[in-house]
Design a binder for this molecule. Structure first.
Ligand SMILES: O=C(O)CCC(=O)C(=O)O
Ligand SMILES: [Fe+2]
Length: 520
């Protein structure tokens, strides 16, 4: 599939160029054919009109008699051949060649892209009409969607059983179709989906209303006629049930106040608010954070060129390093990774198997140090930044996110119950993470830590660093983090995961266990 990495979609533009070229040639050939047929019509007309003026006189002339016969035999068979000429076979052959040899998106891509749009819509509170106008948070990026485009988004949502978004997109399709001079989609098709998704969401009265509208257009529509009877029956039943019930009897009155979902670090609401940048840590906590130069411990290189470090959180410590990957390194890393991109997988915590998942939409590849000097230099830099050894670290993982690409909240380390993870590596758990940002992201795509109420906004050349494990070796629950959906742009990152083995003297372990409630 291509939708899971923006960089993999670039090839689709070559495919489209080839298709446009083929289509243009085909239309030209068809036009030539039509022009020729029009010329035949003119000749036929001219002769025919002359003959019709005085048929007897016309046919008295043997040459005319002959040309009439000729026109209706050989000439006509020319016309027939011309009509039957399959200019389209060439075009079709070309197209099927492209289908085999060029990159084509599949139905899975279409569905993935549609799901991505609805995800963006929810996470970033985008209203459907603005999105259809090509706007993201008030910034106009693309051309408008037609009613048919909106209809297709609704249809994809419908096929996924997502009636909420079906309704939103079908409503937009309806509004747009009313304004379209050249209609791109039938009003009745929209109404049918709209009625059913409205019903599925519990509004039977509106569903009936929409079905009646559909029947105004197509009075014999079989499914609509069936649904009308069904909805009318349902409505009657609902009314009867309501009459027999006293006010306040439905148990919906709930006086026990529930805390705000933003207070729950595991809630979707908090995660999405962090993605929108609406939640920040308290001013009091923020005022303690500092920026400084990091000279390392006895590292002569760092004495000359110290790192610029910013504290993003204290306890657990979360650092941002500035200017730790050059543009040249970034270009090299991207170029090496792209041909090897595979859909990113996640480890099934039960089976330990790697599998693709909706909650991680990106493509990734691993780079070894010996592939390019620059990969080794990056690895050495991570060692300088962290004071840890890279001998047991994983290779550099390079990631490009796709349309609405994201990675929902997760831990980078293996939890106690995930006994299979990293077992065969023999290097222990992932003690720390260094996450390089290899692109700016115009909108969305933050890395967020719900328990820390902290969002990190990607900035090209910077890197985030944190310890996943307590000195005791226990996993730190507070490091749970996520990559928010990318709203605009192409997000590139790379991960260097550092393991426990070899760090025994660099980060000595402690005997004191960490607080029980912070262990994952
Ligand atoms: O891309 C990001 O911002 C975070 C990526 C991440 O958490 C991961 O790959 O494990
Ligand atoms: Fe992660």
């Amino acid at each position: 599939e291509v939708f899971t990495a923006i960089v993999d979609m670039e090839g689709l533009l070559d495919t489209e160029a080839a298709l446009i070229y083929t289509l243009e040639n085909y239309v030209k050939a068809e036009e030539q054919k039509i022009d020729l047929l029009k010329r035949y019509i003119a000749i036929y007309n001219k002769q025919h009109n002359r003959a019709s003026e005085d048929p007897q006189l016309y046919l008295a002339n043997p040459i005319n008699a002959y040309t009439l016969v000729k026109r209706l035999t050989t000439d006509w068979s020319h016309v027939e051949t011309l009509i039957g000429t399959n200019i389209n076979t060439d075009a079709l052959q070309n197209i099927s060649y492209f289908k085999e040899h060029m990159k084509f998106p599949t139905d899975e891509d279409l569905n993935g892209a549609a799901v991505a749009l609805t995800r963006l819509q929810d996470t970033y509170h985008l209203d459907t009409s603005s999105l259809a106008r090509g706007e993201l948070n008030g910034v106009k990026y693309s051309s408008e969607l037609t009613a048919a485009d909106c209809f297709e988004l609704g249809r994809q949502s419908y096929n996924n059983g997502d009636y909420y978004h079906t309704q939103l997109w079908m409503e937009e399709a309806e509004a747009r179709s009313k304004r379209e001079i050249n209609e791109t989609i039938d009003h009745s098709d929209i109404l049918e989906y709209l009625a059913f998704s409205t019903y599925k969401q519990g509004n039977v009265a509106l569903a009936l209303d929409l079905t009646n509208k559909l029947l105004d257009i197509l009075p014999t529509h079989q499914r609509a006629l069936g649904n009308k009877i069904y909805y009318e029956g349902e409505l009657k039943e609902l009314e009867q049930n309501n009459i027999g019930r006293k006010k306040g009897d439905d148990g919906s009155e709930d006086s026990t106040s529930i805390g705000s979902p933003y207070d729950d670090p595991f809630s979707k609401e908090l995660y999405e608010a962090l993605c929108r940048g609406e939640v920040t840590m308290s001013l009091h906590d923020r005022s303690k954070l500092k920026c400084r130069y990091f000279f390392g411990n006895n590292n002569p290189f760092l004495k000359i060129a110290p790192f610029k470090v910013e504290e993003a959180y204290l306890d657990p410590d979360l650092y941002i390093f500035y200017d730790v990957m050059s543009d040249d390194e970034i270009e090299t890393v991207k170029k090496l990774a792209q041909p090897r991109f595979r859909r990113a997988t996640v480890q099934n915590s039960q089976t330990g198997e790697l599998e693709v998942a909706q909650y991680r939409i990106s493509k990734s590849a691993w780079l070894k140090e010996d592939e390019d000097e620059r990969v080794a230099v990056i690895s050495q830099r991570v060692s300088d930044m962290t004071g840890l050894t890279m001998t047991t670290a994983e290779e550099l993982q390079v990631v490009n996110y796709g349309i609405g690409g994201h990675y929902e909240p997760h831990f980078d380390f293996a939890r106690k119950e995930e006994t299979n993870a990293f077992k065969n590596l023999g290097t222990g758990n992932r003690i720390a993470t260094v996450l390089f940002y290899m692109s700016d992201v115009p909108q969305g795509g933050a890395t967020v830590f719900p328990m820390l109420r902290t969002s990190l906004w990607p900035k090209k050349g910077t890197a985030a660093f944190w310890f996943n494990l307590f000195p005791s070796g226990d996993g730190d629950k507070r490091t749970r983090h996520a990559a928010c959906p990318v709203l605009a742009g192409s997000k590139w990152v790379s991960n260097k995961w550092i393991h426990e083995r070899g760090q025994e003297f660099l980060r000595p372990c402690t005997k004191d266990p960490p607080p029980e409630d912070l262990i994952a």
